[in-house]
Design a protein around this ligand. Sequence first.
Ligand SMILES: [Cu+2]
Length: 140
Amino acid sequence: MRSILSFFLLVIPSLALSETYEVQMLNRNANGSMVYDPPYLNIQAGDSIKFVATRPGHNAASIKGMIPDGATAIKGRLNEEITVTLNVEGLYGIKCTPHFDMGMVMLIEVGAQRARAEDLPDGLPERAAARLHSYLAEKN
Ligand SMILES: [Cu+2]
Protein backbone atom coordinates (compact mmCIF):
# COMPACT_ATOMS: atom_id res chain seq x y z
CA MET A 1 0.00 0.00 0.00
CA ARG A 2 2.72 2.35 0.96
CA SER A 3 4.64 1.65 -2.24
CA ILE A 4 1.54 2.31 -4.32
CA LEU A 5 1.04 5.62 -2.58
CA SER A 6 4.62 6.71 -3.12
CA PHE A 7 4.33 5.68 -6.78
CA PHE A 8 1.48 8.12 -7.24
CA LEU A 9 3.18 10.84 -5.26
CA LEU A 10 6.26 10.54 -7.45
CA VAL A 11 4.73 9.91 -10.86
CA ILE A 12 1.59 12.02 -10.99
CA PRO A 13 3.27 15.41 -10.40
CA SER A 14 5.95 14.70 -12.98
CA LEU A 15 3.30 13.93 -15.61
CA ALA A 16 1.71 17.31 -15.01
CA LEU A 17 4.98 19.27 -15.08
CA SER A 18 5.91 21.01 -18.27
CA GLU A 19 9.47 20.66 -19.51
CA THR A 20 12.14 23.18 -20.42
CA TYR A 21 14.41 22.31 -23.35
CA GLU A 22 17.76 24.00 -23.83
CA VAL A 23 18.85 25.08 -27.28
CA GLN A 24 22.44 26.22 -27.76
CA MET A 25 23.21 29.07 -30.14
CA LEU A 26 26.51 28.08 -31.75
CA ASN A 27 29.01 29.30 -34.32
CA ARG A 28 29.68 25.74 -35.44
CA ASN A 29 28.98 22.10 -34.73
CA ALA A 30 29.03 18.85 -36.72
CA ASN A 31 26.08 20.08 -38.78
CA GLY A 32 27.87 23.19 -40.03
CA SER A 33 28.30 26.81 -39.10
CA MET A 34 25.78 29.16 -37.46
CA VAL A 35 23.45 26.60 -35.94
CA TYR A 36 20.94 26.00 -33.22
CA ASP A 37 21.56 22.78 -31.35
CA PRO A 38 19.24 20.93 -31.51
CA PRO A 39 17.82 22.49 -34.71
CA TYR A 40 14.49 20.72 -34.38
CA LEU A 41 12.19 19.94 -31.44
CA ASN A 42 8.77 18.45 -30.98
CA ILE A 43 7.29 19.54 -27.65
CA GLN A 44 3.99 19.76 -25.83
CA ALA A 45 1.95 22.93 -25.38
CA GLY A 46 3.09 24.62 -22.17
CA ASP A 47 6.68 23.42 -22.52
CA SER A 48 9.45 26.01 -22.61
CA ILE A 49 12.59 26.49 -24.63
CA LYS A 50 15.63 28.24 -23.26
CA PHE A 51 17.89 29.72 -25.92
CA VAL A 52 21.38 29.61 -24.46
CA ALA A 53 23.93 32.18 -25.65
CA THR A 54 26.72 29.61 -25.74
CA ARG A 55 28.58 31.78 -28.26
CA PRO A 56 28.12 35.55 -28.64
CA GLY A 57 26.49 37.25 -31.59
CA HIS A 58 23.26 35.27 -31.87
CA ASN A 59 19.61 35.69 -31.00
CA ALA A 60 16.31 33.87 -31.37
CA ALA A 61 13.37 35.48 -33.17
CA SER A 62 10.25 34.30 -34.94
CA ILE A 63 10.38 33.78 -38.69
CA LYS A 64 7.59 35.72 -40.38
CA GLY A 65 4.89 33.33 -41.55
CA MET A 66 6.07 30.55 -39.24
CA ILE A 67 4.10 31.20 -36.08
CA PRO A 68 0.68 29.77 -35.20
CA ASP A 69 -2.34 32.06 -35.16
CA GLY A 70 -2.74 33.55 -31.71
CA ALA A 71 0.84 32.89 -30.61
CA THR A 72 3.13 35.71 -29.50
CA ALA A 73 6.11 36.40 -31.74
CA ILE A 74 9.51 35.64 -30.21
CA LYS A 75 12.07 38.41 -30.36
CA GLY A 76 15.28 37.97 -28.40
CA ARG A 77 18.02 40.57 -28.60
CA LEU A 78 21.60 39.74 -29.60
CA ASN A 79 23.38 37.72 -26.91
CA GLU A 80 20.17 37.53 -24.92
CA GLU A 81 19.26 34.26 -23.25
CA ILE A 82 15.52 33.98 -23.43
CA THR A 83 13.16 31.33 -22.17
CA VAL A 84 9.90 31.16 -24.07
CA THR A 85 6.85 29.11 -23.13
CA LEU A 86 4.95 27.90 -26.16
CA ASN A 87 1.29 27.55 -25.23
CA VAL A 88 -0.27 27.59 -28.69
CA GLU A 89 -0.02 24.36 -30.69
CA GLY A 90 1.41 24.51 -34.17
CA LEU A 91 4.59 25.17 -36.06
CA TYR A 92 7.20 27.74 -35.03
CA GLY A 93 10.15 28.85 -37.12
CA ILE A 94 13.05 30.51 -35.32
CA LYS A 95 15.82 32.56 -36.87
CA CYS A 96 19.00 34.22 -35.74
CA THR A 97 18.52 37.70 -37.16
CA PRO A 98 22.16 38.38 -38.25
CA HIS A 99 22.65 34.82 -39.57
CA PHE A 100 19.27 34.19 -41.22
CA ASP A 101 20.87 34.38 -44.67
CA MET A 102 23.49 31.87 -43.54
CA GLY A 103 20.77 29.41 -42.60
CA MET A 104 20.70 29.81 -38.82
CA VAL A 105 17.15 28.59 -38.31
CA MET A 106 15.22 26.22 -36.10
CA LEU A 107 11.97 24.31 -36.40
CA ILE A 108 9.65 23.65 -33.44
CA GLU A 109 6.48 21.59 -33.52
CA VAL A 110 4.18 22.11 -30.55
CA GLY A 111 1.58 19.43 -29.99
CA ALA A 112 0.37 16.93 -32.54
CA GLN A 113 0.84 19.00 -35.69
CA ARG A 114 3.71 17.80 -37.88
CA ALA A 115 5.58 20.21 -40.11
CA ARG A 116 5.45 19.53 -43.83
CA ALA A 117 7.39 21.10 -46.65
CA GLU A 118 4.30 23.00 -47.80
CA ASP A 119 4.11 24.71 -44.40
CA LEU A 120 7.34 26.60 -45.08
CA PRO A 121 6.63 30.14 -46.26
CA ASP A 122 7.80 31.53 -49.57
CA GLY A 123 10.63 34.02 -49.66
CA LEU A 124 12.94 32.37 -47.13
CA PRO A 125 16.66 32.94 -47.68
CA GLU A 126 18.01 30.07 -49.79
CA ARG A 127 20.22 28.58 -47.09
CA ALA A 128 17.51 28.94 -44.45
CA ALA A 129 15.03 27.11 -46.69
CA ALA A 130 17.60 24.39 -47.43
CA ARG A 131 18.25 23.76 -43.75
CA LEU A 132 14.55 23.72 -42.86
CA HIS A 133 13.93 21.19 -45.64
CA SER A 134 16.79 19.05 -44.34
CA TYR A 135 15.33 19.11 -40.82
CA LEU A 136 11.98 18.02 -42.24
CA ALA A 137 13.69 15.17 -44.07
CA GLU A 138 15.67 14.07 -41.00
CA LYS A 139 12.74 13.97 -38.64
CA ASN A 140 10.47 11.96 -40.94
CU1 LIG B 1 23.51 33.67 -35.23
